[in-house]
Design a binder for this molecule. Structure first.
Ligand SMILES: Cc1ncc(C[n+]2csc(CCO)c2C)c(N)n1
Length: 228
């Protein structure tokens, strides 16, 4: 399967997610709230553009089945994924207006701009390659964290783990992998290599996103010259 090839290539990056202090902090329930708050705010902005990528997928789909699949993903992003963030934001004292008016960090801009660019330029297969690492890697992380005794019952981050490790979410990730396999199967090698490049770039951007949240980094690490 094409997605087996993608996984083999991305494996060192994906394994590094599990060792990342932000991800480990979610699993152990020890992550500082200010870092999680920063993540939720940036991720909300990310999700708005991510939803747009799914909308582009519906436009580019060549079968009604694929069109429906993208439309379902658009719906679940706006209503389930973003609802989890709205619920967390409420608990953290962030208003809805505040959520929508956050300034994007350099990493958020890089990631969303990259996905939108590749999705606009490409076909439905490139659209799936753009969004695959996000959905699949969150399920990969959720399932790993959920193996730890009591992790899903943690007061702070238990809901987060439960959502991404759920059967429903696992099925969503599986459906997306199947769609990638279906769309890639007849493509010539140079197109497969291009899809793989997008998958690796987005896998790296996922790592940068964890790093950004852990450091609460807007533009630069040590100076606030470019902030504000
Ligand atoms: C940086 C970042 N990457 C991936 C996700 C995960 N994610 C984005 S939309 C969606 C639902 C439909 O696939 C999921 C699981 C995230 N929240 N933030």
């Amino acid at each position: 399967m094409f997605t087996d090839r993608l996984y083999e290539k991305a494996k060192p990056i994906w394994e590094a997610y599990l060792e990342h202090p932000f991800v480990k902090g979610i699993g152990e329930g020890s992550l500082e709230l200010d870092k999680f708050k920063f993540f939720i705010e940036q991720d909300y902005l990310y999700l708005i553009d991510y939803a747009r990528v799914f909308a582009l997928g519906s436009v580019k789909a060549t079968t009604l089945e694929t069109m429906t699949q993208f439309a379902d993903l658009l719906h679940s992003t706006l209503n389930e994924e973003m609802e989890l963030h709205r619920t967390y934001a409420k608990k953290l004292g962030i208003s809805r207006a505040q959520l929508e008016n956050t300034d994007p960090s350099a990493t958020t801009l890089a990631y969303t701009s990259y996905m939108l660019n590749k999705a606009h330029q490409g076909s439905d297969a490139e659209v799936v390659a753009c969004v695959l690492a996000c959905t699949w890697s969150y399920n990969f992380i959720g399932l790993d964290l959920n193996q730890k005794e009591g992790a899903s019952e943690h007061e702070r981050y238990g809901d987060w783990i439960t959502m991404y490790a759920s059967d429903e979410f696992t099925k969503l990730a599986e459906n997306m992998k199947n769609l990638m396999d279906r769309l890639a199967v007849d493509k010539p090698e140079h197109e497969k290599a291009y899809l793989e490049e997008i998958f690796i770039h987005t896998s790296k951007l996922e790592y940068l996103f964890w790093e950004m949240a852990d450091q609460k980094k807007m533009w630069l690490n040590k100076s606030n010259l470019l902030d504000g």
